[in-house]
Design a protein around this ligand. Structure first.
Ligand code: ZN
Length: 242
């Protein structure tokens, strides 16, 4: 079974469509989505409709929750807050109801899916250090936990003594004696210095994790953002992936 793990689309339809066409070429059987369909980007409704159509398991992120009033927007930086306020004015009733219906944590096919951290999914903490990864190991029981949120792709590998280390990609072998915390990076707003859309393939038969980077025409997204009056900072960061 081959899984496509995607996260943090953030209303970027061009990036999502490019990833979708790559997923089809990669012969993926199941697609899991790790939250933040909306926020920042110019196509929140169309991204929701697309991801509903293609994903087999979906959870909510902090931006999805903020748009439907389940997380207070005061916790966001001014750029994110303004984009969330703009997104709210764009959303259809049906898509608002859909975002509200998404869970924060899900277990599927031996994997735990959560946007921020399994320890406190609703607090939206980041897992950014090995200490934070180790702290979270007692809060999921599956061999693998899939996360998003930081827009930074990484794989943390942990042994039975709960000692963790980082493995460098783009291809990593899965071993039965380890547990894994995998950050799928971001489809619609990468922040690791590479502007290409990022997602992960997990191949359970080959026991392999692979990060794929997909080029898309971010200038189209940027034009839409300009027309929508979204902030220059958010527009420009798409070109540099920062
Ligand atoms: Zn995000």
């Amino acid at each position: 079974m081959r899984y496509g793990i995607i996260s943090d689309i953030h209303g970027n339809l061009e990036a999502l469509e490019a990833v979708w066409s790559n997923l089809q070429e990669e012969d993926i059987q199941r697609i899991f989505f790790l939250g933040d369909i909306v926020g920042y980007g110019p196509d929140p409704n169309r991204c929701i409709e697309k991801i509903r159509e293609i994903a087999h398991a979906l959870i909510a992120g902090n931006h999805d929750h903020a748009v439907v009033g389940l997380t207070d927007i005061k916790y966001f930086n001014p750029y994110a807050r303004k984009a969330i306020e703009w997104t709210i004015t764009e959303m259809t009733e049906e898509n608002l109801a859909y975002l509200r219906s998404l869970p924060l944590l899900l277990q599927a096919d031996g994997m735990t899916l959560v946007h921020s951290s399994p320890k406190e999914p609703k607090e939206w903490y980041y897992i950014a250090t090995l200490n934070e990864a180790e702290e979270n190991l007692d809060y999921f029981s599956d061999p693998t936990c899939l996360i998003g949120h930081s827009h930074q792709p990484f794989v943390v590998v942990c042994d039975i003594h709960k000692r963790c280390f980082v493995e460098q990609g783009p291809i990593i072998q899965l071993k039965d004696e380890y547990r894994y915390i995998i950050n799928a990076g971001s489809v619609g707003q990468p922040r690791d210095g590479d502007p290409r859309a990022c997602y992960v393939i997990i191949d359970k038969d080959k026991k392999e994790i692979r990060f794929n980077r997909i080029t898309y025409d971010y200038r189209i997204t940027q034009d839409k953002m300009r027309r929508a009056g979204l902030s220059r900072f958010l527009i420009e960061r798409l070109a540099v992936g920062k």
